[in-house]
Design a protein around this ligand. Structure first.
Ligand code: FMN
Length: 164
């Protein structure tokens, strides 16, 4: 079976999480295609789909929500999992629920086999000046908060769910 691992990223953190996930899924016998949503992948040819998105201003990337909406019926017909990558999830208490994730899923008639909210990074040299100013005014913590071991563990956990 082959899974599509599609991701939307602004500053690159979600891609690194998706790469880690693909490593873990591959070890569990799930062949994966890792594709940036900017390449507009068609999920139809895959047995399962994992979508990952960075979070900006309490929402997933627009490309992620519009892609999921466009392919909603295709995604509903196969195992589908979602993960977010945010600054807020650096706080473990905020990993259980994410406004961005909840907002995405409430607009979709999908029942994901798994959902996770992972911390990403907030690295000022990777974001444009006007956004840096905004983040500073919001007092967003700056740093690399990724927990790639947690992402790999999630990959091992969801592999059997993706296999269906
Ligand atoms: C303009 C901007 C707005 C952001 N808004 C939020 C937010 O509302 N909540 C949050 O938890 N993190 C927020 N973040 C932090 C990002 O979610 C974090 O940098 C994440 O790693 C981004 O993933 P990406 O590099 O794949 O785009 C924001 C970052 C930027 C640059």
């Amino acid at each position: 079976m082959t899974a599509l691992v599609a991701y939307a990223t602004h500053s690159g953190a979600t891609r690194t999480l998706a790469e880690t996930l693909v490593g873990a899924l591959t070890e569990q016998g799930v062949d994966c295609a890792l594709v940036d949503l900017a390449e507009a992948p068609d999920p139809a040819g895959y047995d399962a789909v994992v979508l990952g998105s960075g979070v900006r201003i309490e929402s997933v990337e627009k490309s992620a929500s519009s892609w999921a909406k466009k392919y909603e019926s295709t995604l509903a017909a196969k195992p589908f999992a979602f993960f977010s990558c945010s600054g807020g999830a650096a706080n473990p208490a905020k990993r259980e629920h994410s406004k961005a994730t909840d907002g995405l899923l409430k607009d979709l008639s999908l029942t994901p086999v798994a959902v996770a909210n992972f911390p990403g990074w907030v690295l000022m040299d990777r974001i444009p000046l006007h956004e840096r100013v905004m983040l500073k005014s919001m007092r967003t913590p700056v740093g690399d908060f990724r927990d790639l071991d947690a992402v790999a563990a999630w990959g091992r956990e969801i592999a059997p769910l993706l296999k269906g």
